[in-house]
Design a protein around this ligand. Structure first.
Ligand code: URA
Length: 270
């Protein structure tokens, strides 16, 4: 199957998944998360495609029966690399990383920014144009909206940590591909292992599917809490999706309020 047809087929499978049209293709996708799911193997999403899909549909749905919100991997608190630091991870990536094909078109590696002891980490998918130019995550239009969301929660960008699944910009803003995610996500896992946040908030399907090791559409589990290696993980729609679908802002605000409740935060007074 050529690249275009493969992307179309994958987009259809994701759409069918969102519509709960299983199980005719169910054996083609990764295992839904269950208590007995293997924990040592990272099964990355098979749904890598050439163009960015909408990171979430307009309507939220309840998780499917049997979908247990728990990921039991090595605990962030027990299995972290001895002596690991954000600086060491940055050094390990190096200033001129060529481990995947994204290096060919990037300007800057976008490592991550914020408080290394943050209680809350937002994880996006990968840098866009502005981030690639400035070397900092979420500084473009979607980033400005994310900053507003953070401030509405009564926080400042410097209180939290922001990073992405892949550290280099996918060309033409396409979704990161499976091999790129496989190469780069170990650095994300190390970042989370060093920071050891109380809450991880995945922005959009790519980061949620990567960390939860699932191909389920984000609408199946958006707003649900997961126990992720000792941290609490919640997925919500990507700010870029909200720019195109402002009506979904209310759903995202509900998700952020859940995060605020866990962190004991009060909304910013206007
Ligand atoms: N979108 C992302 O997922 N990450 C960024 O850093 C910017 C836009």
């Amino acid at each position: 199957m050529d690249h275009t047809n493969r992307s179309r087929a994958e987009a259809w499978l994701r759409y069918a998944d969102d519509l709960h049209l299983g199980p005719f293709y169910r054996d083609r996708v990764g295992q839904p998360i269950t208590e007995s799911a293997p924990t040592e193997t990272v099964s990355l999403p098979a749904a890598a495609s050439a163009s960015r899909p909408d990171p979430g549909p307009a309507s939220a749905r309840k998780p499917a029966a049997g979908f247990v919100p728990q990921v039991t991997g090595p605990s962030l608190f027990e299995e972290r690399i001895e002596g690991d630091t954000l600086d060491r991870i940055r050094t390990d990536i190096g200033p001129n990383c060529t481990r995947c094909k994204l290096h060919k078109s990037r300007t800057n590696i976008v490592f991550g920014v914020g408080n290394p002891k943050a209680q809350l980490v937002f994880v996006g998918e990968g840098p866009g144009h502005d981030e690639d130019v400035q070397g900092e995550p979420f500084v473009g239009r979607a980033g400005k909206l994310l900053t507003q969301m953070i401030e509405a929660m009564g926080l400042r960008r410097e209180d939290i940590y922001i990073c992405n699944v892949v550290k280099c910009r996918p060309p033409e803003n396409r979704l990161p591909e499976r091999d790129e995610i496989a190469t780069c996500s170990p650095y994300l896992l190390r970042q989370l292992g060093v920071i050891r946040p109380k809450v991880i908030c995945c922005l959009g399907a790519c980061s949620a599917q990567t960390l939860l090791e699932t191909n389920q559409g984000i609408s199946r589990f958006r707003g649900e809490w997961f126990d992720w290696r000792g941290a609490k993980l919640i997925a919500t729609y990507h700010p870029a999706y909200l720019l195109r679908n402002p009506n979904a802002k209310g759903e995202v605000w509900k998700d952020l309020q859940k995060v605020m409740a866990v962190l004991g935060l009060q909304p910013r007074r206007r």
